[in-house]
Design a protein around this ligand. Structure first.
Ligand SMILES: CCCCC/C=C/C(=O)SCCNC(=O)CCNC(=O)[C@H](O)C(C)(C)COP(=O)(O)OP(=O)(O)OC[C@H]1O[C@@H](n2cnc3c(N)ncnc32)[C@H](O)[C@@H]1OP(=O)(O)O
Ligand SMILES: NC(=O)C1=CN([C@@H]2O[C@H](COP(=O)(O)OP(=O)(O)OC[C@H]3O[C@@H](n4cnc5c(N)ncnc54)[C@H](OP(=O)(O)O)[C@@H]3O)[C@@H](O)[C@H]2O)C=CC1
Length: 153
């Protein structure tokens, strides 16, 4: 007897619950963001993933398309710390998909170090990414389109 096929992507929610919705996921090429992206695709969303590293984004799109054949996942480069880059990310997504229903503010991170050894430049990089970057994404989404925003950082 053949071994049962194990689904690579599943959800506790009904498949196609978000049919034809559009989601924009920052940091969607890696880690938690990639997992969120795949669940949204499984639920029927079309998804734009965005972050700084084009190589990561391209590799993620290829991997995800292998896991979920026929899904519509695309990528665009963006540094969420830069306002012009965020504006371009949002306008590119709207040009390609026509709307944005969900914004997932997943892009971000931190350095692991004792406070005594943490440089001000490093601290500022974390604040500019997690706080300012998330603010810029939410502001631009609200100005150009978005209905719902999920905070994570
Ligand atoms: C503490 C428990 C938390 C548990 C919950 C959270 C878990 C997680 O977040 S899991 C991991 C998430 N992923 C990451 O953190 C991935 C890496 N993070 C990023 O890429 C973030 O965007 C970033 C904001 C943390 C980094 O931004 P980025 O602009 O890419 O940073 P730079 O490389 O340009 O560095 C800026 C500046 O900071 C200096 N620096 C490097 N390491 C440290 C350190 N340990 N402490 C202080 N400062 C550090 C770095 O040297 C740069 O300065 P210059 O070298 O003078 O340019
Ligand atoms: N793992 C954990 O235990 C926890 C994680 N978190 C948060 O969840 C989120 C995802 O973390 P995780 O999946 O673990 O880590 P990852 O490092 O895999 O994900 C971080 C993502 O953020 C992107 N990113 C970082 N800086 C920028 C930027 N300036 N502009 C655009 N994108 C950026 C990275 O892409 P690129 O480098 O290509 O820009 C990367 O894809 C982060 O915000 C993290 O702080 C929160 C609590 C716990």
């Amino acid at each position: 007897m053949a071994a049962p096929t194990v689904a690579k992507v599943t959800s506790v929610f009904r498949q196609k619950l978000f049919k034809d919705k559009v989601a924009l996921v920052t940091g969607g090429a890696t880690g938690i963001g990639k997992t969120i992206t795949q669940e949204l695709l499984y639920l029927g969303c079309n998804v734009m993933i965005a972050s700084r590293k084009a190589d990561n984004l391209k590799a993620a799109v290829t991997e995800i398309q292998g896991n979920l054949p026929g899904c519509d996942v695309r990528w665009t480069e963006c540094n969420i710390r830069k306002e012009d880059s965020v504006k371009k990310m949002v306008s590119t997504t709207l040009e390609q998909f026509g709307k944005i229903d969900f914004l997932v503010n997943n892009g971000g991170g931190q350095f692991y170090a004792p406070t005594s050894e943490f440089s001000l430049k490093g601290f500022n990089a974390v604040v500019e990414t997690n706080l300012t970057g998330t603010f810029l994404c939410m502001k631009e989404e609200l100005n150009q389109s978005c209905l719902l925003s999920f905070m994570q950082t």
